[in-house]
Ligand binder design. Sequence first.
Ligand code: FAD
Length: 116
Amino acid sequence: TSPTQCPPDKDQLGRATWTFLHTTAAYYPAQPTPAQRSQMLSLIHALPALYPCTHCAVDFGESVARHPPDVSGRAGLSRWFCERHNEVNEKLGKEVFDCAKTDERWKEGPKDGSCD
Ligand code: FAD
């Protein structure tokens, strides 16, 4: 039997981090205050400096530099994170996610109610 509590590997950390980022974007205000915009920018810009997978952090930093974060509101931010995540998906040879389904995946759940 494996220990029940192990430090996260790169994939577990990635899943947890994307869960946090997409969910935070899903609940970001439609009309954020200047303080909220600036806090979101700080959160995004902290990742390349602090994310504890060095090559992930370097690539993410380059992606952020190429694509300035859209912190104007919930919809734009959710799309921006979806596109950044898709860049990683493509790099890793994973399926590209349909960004039109971001709210269903991270906020509303499927229409059949299976997550209610
Ligand atoms: P994940 O990619 O973790 O996705 C979790 C869930 O999110 C999926 O099941 C799906 O339902 C949903 N989802 C998938 N794509 C999207 C999208 N575009 N928008 C919204 N929802 C989506 N790993 C590396 O090996 N190399 C790297 O360079 C690397 N860079 C990373 C950079 C960052 C900033 C982060 C947060 C993670 C990075 N990772 C990297 C980890 C990698 O992205 C995955 O988290 C990891 O490979 C586990 O993948 P997974 O298939 O379990 O699903």
